[in-house]
Design a protein around this ligand. Structure first.
Ligand code: MG
Length: 386
């Protein structure tokens, strides 16, 4: 029986992870859960999985939860400190980090400190602090395993060859809602158009990142740190069907692709059970039904965020943290209809160009750069959008 903590249990990764766990109830003991504000769902998860502790990060939701809850025997933690306490909870084997945003970094570090297995879905952890994470994981014997579908695909492909045999990594992207519409004026796209399916707030952030291709840019940075491959050997292709989740090209020109129907339960279960594979469902993969797969070059000119991410990765040090923070502020500015869609990459570029990169930063320096970039980006949003 593996003792598991799920950070962000009410989000899309968290709920999929709990579905996987329900299929294998004898394999896992759910020890900790966390949510930001969805206390209604958290309550249901507590009843079902009986964790030892939970954390609610949004203060008002925390108070509401306490006032409406009678004795359950569950320890209730709060705030960002609560997340790190959960990640470091007693005798935990696996921490699944499904948090969204910079808030995911410290709990990952807390779990690494204790040499734990971390199933990582929080992009910001590696984007902000990839070097530091790798160093501390090596020092503590912690495993950082990818949960994102693209990185899981690369990881699975790498079972067929060694790191030294990699020629390139090819990350696939669905392309977002504006792909394949060269005539569309991106200056005029609305928030609604950028959101394929508006769900909750953080879900909306990732939807906009898909539309700008920044999501792929962040994944390029993550891939660099996960697999130790330099930026010039990491490529992105648009693949609208989302069947090939990513590929690895080896030095002998053999290319391995990982394919499956798009379902996050697969990469989650791969990370949780690694190195084993488990039967997940009866869905069968029918090639003749899929019929056609297409691959296209991304449009770097129309979607400058992708290049900005490559540039930040090449600059190294605190630059990716600055990219990430400026992007977050610009995206929320767009969601609040303060700025146009095309202003997002402009804000990021302007903030990055003003940044004094610090190489090999410590955690505090990363958070300083993050705060500086947020302030800078917010100031730019206040100026009239051009
Ligand atoms: Mg992804």
């Amino acid at each position: 029986m593996k003792r598991i903590v799920i950070l962000g249990s009410t989000g899309s990764i968290g709920t999929s992870a709990l579905e996987v766990i329900r299929v294998f109830p004898r394999e896992f003991e759910v020890v900790g859960l966390s949510c930001h504000e969805n206390v209604g769902l958290l309550r249901k998860q507590i009843a079902l999985f009986k964790p030892e502790a939970v954390c609610i990060t949004e203060p008002q939701s925390y108070r509401q939860f306490l006032s409406q809850t009678t004795k359950t025997g569950v320890k209730v933690l709060s705030g960002e400190e609560g997340l790190s306490l959960l990640a470091a909870w007693e005798n935990v084997d696996i921490v699944l980090n499904g948090l969204v945003g910079a808030v995911g970094l410290k709990p990952t570090l807390a779990a690494i400190e204790l040499g734990r297995r971390i199933a990582l879905a929080n992009k910001e952890t590696l984007v902000m602090a990839g070097d530091l994470i790798n160093q501390s994981a090596r020092a503590r014997g912690a495993e950082v395993l990818p949960v994102d579908s693209e990185h899981s695909a690369i990881w699975q492909c790498l079972r067929t060859g060694g790191k030294k045999e990699i020629k390139s990594l090819i990350i696939t992207a669905s392309g977002g809602p504006f792909h394949g519409q060269p005539e569309l004026n991106l200056e005029k796209v609305s928030r609604k158009e950028a959101l394929a399916h508006p769900t909750w707030y953080m879900g909306r952030k990732i939807s906009v990142d898909s539309a700008t291709l920044m999501n792929k840019g962040l994944e390029v940075i993550e891939a660099h740190w996960l697999f130790g491959v330099p930026p010039e050997k990491i490529r992105v292709v648009i693949h609208p069907q989302s069947i090939v989740h990513s590929l690895v090209e080896f030095v002998d020109n053999s290319v391995m692709a990982q394919m499956s129907l798009p379902d996050m339960k697969l990469p989650i279960s791969y990370a949780l059970f690694y190195p084993e594979r488990k039967p997940l469902s009866d869905d069968s993969f029918n090639l003749t039904k899929i019929a056609a797969l297409s691959f296209l070059e991304p449009d770097f000119r129309r979607f400058p965020c992708l290049n900005l991410a490559y540039e930040a990765l090449r600059s190294g040090g605190t630059a990716p943290a600055v990219l990430n923070a400026a992007n977050e502020v610009a995206v929320f500015g767009f969601l609040e209809e303060k700025v146009k869609f095309t202003r997002i990459p402009e804000v990021i570029r302007e903030v990055l160009s003003k940044h004094q990169v610090k190489s090999s930063p410590q955690v505090e320096e990363i958070f300083e750069a993050d705060a500086w970039a947020r302030g800078r980006a917010e100031a730019l949003l206040e100026q009239k959008s051009r």
